[in-house]
Design a protein. Structure first.
Length: 87
């Protein structure tokens, strides 16, 4: 099976505390290879302020809950969500 490289950027969305600490709500990544959700999270964790994002955060891929092992394709949207409380 051949995996092609993305031809379009991946959009990353940050919310609440993560957006505040990293200083942005959206980021466009142009992967050099086909990444996983985990690779996107690791990229974010490497940015200034990104150390607050846990290694296994709540993540959605194209509006559906995602595992870190899922492949991110060109044009996908990855949302990294902080822990939520409510009641």
């Amino acid at each position: 099976m051949q995996v092609s490289q993305p031809t379009a950027p991946v959009r990353v969305l940050l919310f609440a505390r993560y957006a505040d600490l990293l200083g942005f709500q959206t980021l466009t990544l142009v992967p050099t290879s086909v990444p996983t959700v985990a690779a996107v999270v690791e990229h974010l964790r490497g940015l200034p302020g990104g150390e607050v994002i846990p290694t296994h955060p709540l993540v959605a891929l194209n509006l559906e809950r995602a595992s870190l092992e899922q492949v991110v394709s060109a044009g996908d949207e990855v949302a990294v969500l902080p822990p939520m409380a409510g009641g």
